[in-house]
Design a protein around this ligand. Structure first.
Ligand SMILES: *[C@@H]1O[C@H](CO)[C@@H](O)[C@H](O)[C@H]1NC(C)=O
Ligand SMILES: *[C@@H]1O[C@H](CO)[C@@H](O)[C@H](O)[C@H]1NC(C)=O
Ligand SMILES: *[C@@H]1O[C@H](CO)[C@@H](O)[C@H](O)[C@H]1NC(C)=O
Length: 350
């Protein structure tokens, strides 16, 4: 009886205290967020006060109340942003030595939270339907180009004719799927400074000037640059400064969905030129990574959501790269699906 009353009290506090704190104009996600904070504080209290049995009983009833709240909400489509944290629970497997035969999948086992998210690769038809009417811009260095290639391999029935056009060295690219009103652009932008210029250009085209197809801002931008800077400039603080400029340009563009392709794991022994082996070292790479963290380009300080090339390339491992910096298509294919799944989660949660 006492336990039931305590449980009821706990449930009321968990649900109503955050509402009272943040006012009634609050989404379910925020309620969940605040509730989770409450839970973490209370869980910490259990460990700090092991000699207060009555308090710890109260706290454990909080725990079960919260657990059921979290589980019930993560299976409901309206509040599944919690699933974003599980997007990188993927496995790679290879049936042969052929780099192009490497496959990936979301991990099935793991925790109840992950299985509640039920990620599923989108197939061509689903991806086309989901993206119809959108303008997607991919911009950056060779990694961005590999990402674009994987995106087109998903969207196009026969991407082969576009491949040669796509891999014309250092060129831009544009393709529109008329039926779906889906436009995909690639801008070669090896340095972050090039990305900044491009974003400012797109911002101007968004005011109604320019051709009708361009008289708006892109809906999704996937960008990434850093390898060229590492090789040709090799100056982390200059890289950091260029990322801060880019962050400012992104703030003024206000595109709805911005993604940042971070730097991959580099495998020094496989780099194919002496200059790369000399410049693209592990210590320099980690200083470049630190500059990204400090720049406020990415969430939570900035507008870009990280598409974690580092994590995915590390999950795939050194067997997935031939030149120590570019990876098997499964890596970029997984990143494309992670991006799509992120957009799905955002859309179904808003
Ligand atoms: C990128 O920026 C560099 C340095 O500012 C410049 O020399 C180069 O022309 C730019 N490239 C493109 C494609 O805009
Ligand atoms: C486009 O609009 C933005 C913000 O409204 C403004 O800052 C920018 O100067 C405009 N660009 C042009 C070319 O009119
Ligand atoms: C990044 O954001 C944090 C928190 O808002 C701020 O303290 C810091 O100065 C910012 N850094 C840069 C480089 O803008």
């Amino acid at each position: 009886m006492v336990m039931a009353a305590a449980g009821l009290l706990a449930a009321s506090i968990v649900v109503f205290a955050p509402l009272a704190m943040a006012g009634w104009h609050i989404t379910r996600n925020r309620v969940l967020f605040f509730s989770t904070i409450f839970f973490i504080i209370l869980a910490a209290a259990v460990h700090i006060l092991p000699y207060a049995p009555s308090l710890s009983r109260l706290v454990s009833s909080f725990h079960s109340t919260i657990s059921s709240l979290v589980l019930s909400s993560s299976s409901s489509p309206s509040s599944n942003l919690g699933c974003l944290h599980s997007l990188y629970a993927i496995n790679f497997f290879d049936d042969s030595d052929d780099e192009e035969k490497i496959r990936w999948a979301w991990t099935r086992k793991r925790s109840a939270a992950i299985s509640a998210c039920k990620f599923r690769e989108l197939h061509r038809e689903e991806a086309l339907e989901f993206l119809s009417g959108t303008w997607i811009v991919v911009a950056g260095d060779s990694q961005a180009r590999y990402f674009l290639l994987s995106l087109l391999e998903l969207l196009l029935e026969d991407p082969a004719p576009l491949r040669s056009q796509l891999f014309k060295f250092h060129s831009d690219f544009s393709h529109t799927l008329e039926d779906e009103h889906l436009r995909v652009d690639f801008f070669w932008a090896p340095y972050a400074a090039n990305l900044t210029s491009k974003l400012l250009e797109l911002q101007h085209s968004g005011n109604g000037s320019g051709s009708s197809a361009r008289s708006r801002s892109p809906d999704v931008i996937i960008a990434g640059a850093g390898l060229w800077h590492m090789l040709h400039v090799s100056d982390p603080s200059d890289y950091g400064a260029s990322l801060r400029d880019l962050a400012a340009a992104a703030r003024s563009l206000r595109a709805p969905h911005l993604f940042w392709l971070n730097l991959p794991v580099l495998v020094p022994g496989l780099l194919n030129t002496a200059a790369k082996r000399e410049k693209m070292t592990a210590p320099l790479l980690s200083r470049y990574d630190e500059e990204l963290g400090r720049s406020n380009l990415t969430l939570p300080g900035g507008d870009f959501r990280v598409l974690d090339v580092k994590e995915v390339s590390s999950l795939c491992g050194r067997g997935c790269t031939g030149d120590g910096m570019h990876y098997a298509s499964a890596v970029y294919g997984a990143l494309v699906q992670i991006m799509l799944q992120t957009l799905v989660l955002i859309r179904t949660s808003s």
